[in-house]
Design a protein around this ligand. Structure first.
Ligand code: CUA
Length: 152
């Protein structure tokens, strides 16, 4: 009788243990460590898609994709334009050192790490000229490093 109780208890524990294992494996499989970042070879940024063709293009109604490179000391492309109300999906990396990617007055603020592809989206509702600035000290030209996105 006692053996039967222990056997049942043992089996129950085994199922609990397997259950936990299964759940954690599922959670890890379903969630990659950082869904919005992945690595490329920083020495081959200009040859690696989509960075072989930096620029902004419309991808859907009211949606744009901006492929950008932050380098010492500037951004490519160096000027962009979208209609007011557009959502812009930025994809950006660096071929050299760590740069910043900040659009003052918005919540866009990224650290751009060499070879790491970062993505952030922002909806530009108000027309105006939005400055994109580097806020990580990256060398002698740091303070001149900027670009602009014009919202019309
Ligand atoms: Cu790039 Cu500071």
């Amino acid at each position: 009788r006692l053996e039967k109780i222990w056997l049942t208890f043992g089996l129950a524990m085994l199922f609990v243990f397997l259950g936990i294992l299964g759940i954690s494996a599922f959670a890890m499989g379903a969630q990659p460590p950082s869904p919005h970042r992945h690595m490329i070879d920083p020495t081959r940024v200009q040859e690696t898609a989509p960075f072989d063709a930096p620029g902004i293009k419309q991808v859907a109604d009211g949606e744009y994709e901006a492929v950008m490179i932050a380098y010492a000391f500037g951004y490519s492309p160096n000027k962009m334009e979208v209609p007011a109300g557009s959502t812009v999906h930025f994809t950006i990396t660096s071929p050299d050192v760590i740069h910043g990617f900040e659009i003052p007055g918005t919540n866009v603020n990224l650290m751009v790490i060499p070879g790491e592809v970062s993505q952030i989206s922002h909806k530009f509702t108000k027309p105006g000229e939005y400055l994109i600035l580097c806020n990580e000290y990256c060398g002698t030209g740091h303070e001149y490093m900027n670009t602009v996105i014009v919202v019309k």
